[in-house]
Ligand binder design. Sequence first.
Ligand code: CO
Length: 637
Amino acid sequence: MGAAPSTPIHPLSMLTAVEVKRAVEIIKATGRVAEGALYAHIVLAEPDKATLAAWKPGVDPGRHVRAQIVPGPELELIEATVSLAQGVVTEWRVVTGERPTLLFRETANAMFTTRAHPEYIAALAKRGIIDVENVQIDTWPAGTFGYDAEQGRRIARCLSFVREFPTDNGYARPVEGLIVHFDLGRNEVIEVIDHGSVELPRAHARYMAADHQPLRADVKPLHITQPEGPSFAVAGNLIEWQKFAVRITFDPYEGLVLHGVTYEGRSIAHRLSMSEMVVPYGDPGEIHGFKNAFDAGEWGLGRMTQPLTLGCDCLGEIYYFDAVLATEGGKPWVIDNAICMHEEDYGVLWKHVDLFGGTSEVRRSRRLVISHIATVGNYEYGFYWYFYMDGNIQLEVKLSGILSVGAIEPGSLREFGNEVAPGVYAPFHQHMFCARLDLDVDGENNSVYEVEAERVPPGPGNPWGNAFRAKKTLLETEKAAQREVNPAVSRSWRVVSETARNGMGQPTSYKLVPTMSTPTLLAHETSSVGRRAEFAQHNLWVTPYAPAETRAAGDYPNQSSGGAGLPEWTAADRSLVDTDVVLWYSFGITHFPRPEDWPVMPTEYTGFLLSPVGFFDRNPALDVPPSEPGGNGSSCH
Ligand code: CO
């Protein structure tokens, strides 16, 4: 149900399978694509703001599609753009020295080729591992460490785990000390490195229901029913709910993308997305020291999204959207039920009991949830966008899945990680996300203020010493706007309209609120990942809108040497005053793994809130109707 229409009627309608096929036909007709070339991605070329604003409903939007083609094992990519209506290639740009995301076909080949390599088989045999078929090989993004043998190659590093049978949890038994450096483009082992073995941990780490009998017997059914259906309306990829409107698309790297977020037709945001993320590990050792996966740019939060199952991943009256990507062979790839949408009860929206008048008023809060879940190797990342009746918009990221582990002598002390099961070692690490928030609050002419509480010293005008005020600082340029969270002074960042005023004459605004404590990047600024993930060195960055500036660590983060993306763009220190601003919020979790995270992690949460400040003249949710009474003759109002 709920798939995108086959004929796009809007410039930002979801990419369709027909469009993917057509784009590849047009590209192949040029005769310039080598046999065996792979398509790293095929995506809708989003029109820039001016083009989008000029488009009139009913007019063919003249859609373009972008493809990134990998012709061979060298460091060469082709960035092609095609006009579907005209049937021609409009851009053909050869990029040298850069790498695509890790390709599924090549990483699958890496597993088979490594398993057949005599030195690898010998290293396993030395550890008493004979059943090579059941060895699980994780291909990791390689990072950038300047090894001579890796220059000019597209590589991965392979770590191994032993399964007792095909559906076993291999992470129970890390093959410690063994790492394979692999050339993905040429499908060949560069080097099998054996740093010495540790005995395989003995205990299994299974998490299926059959492995944990008896199951608890006191969980009674809990049903969410909406007898009259949900309160949202869907037309293609346009969603309307409780005065909000939003259009969604799906990107191989960013996953879910929100466009044109409005409330009663007033603009809040032009485009909201997850631009990049990185998981840097804090253990400097031989097996874990290289680990810093860019799960958006090196794997792809959209590419790794799995179909969702009704009643399991999402509960209630669910609407699913399919997502169309492209296979590396250039065929349409439809992820069924990739995006889930539903409503959730969210407790009390507002309440007051008038102790004098004897009235009691309460309204229930409800939120619209639009979500998808990416499985990036061992980890799952759920991205949940929430819309609330009081004008709030929130992103919550839910982290689950399985820790990336090694094996140690049981009971041995470690400085950079924890033993989470006997002999199973999980290094400390971070999950750093960077959301790109192109807010347009009542139009494009916005400025950004940092607002925080400021204590006033006792003295004349503050005789009791209780005073504090809201200190507002205009972030005038890009360098001044590189900021950190500070919960002690309730720091937030307000995106203020330079043109619109509310009923009190105040500029309308939305603020970005760090709802949970968040770190910045812990790896040193001069380290490899410190340079490559510079976006995570500050929680906030602000840039003036530029259509090509979309990915926080640059367009080619895989094996990058650093400096691309936010640090590159903001070097010009452009003005941010009274302009079309884009906020970049880097947030996340520093994960000190614990036994409770094993063998599969209970969900951990991170995220942020976008909240109206003077965008409305009063509580915008006074018109929410009271709920029906609970059936005991009582009334909710
Ligand atoms: Co973690």
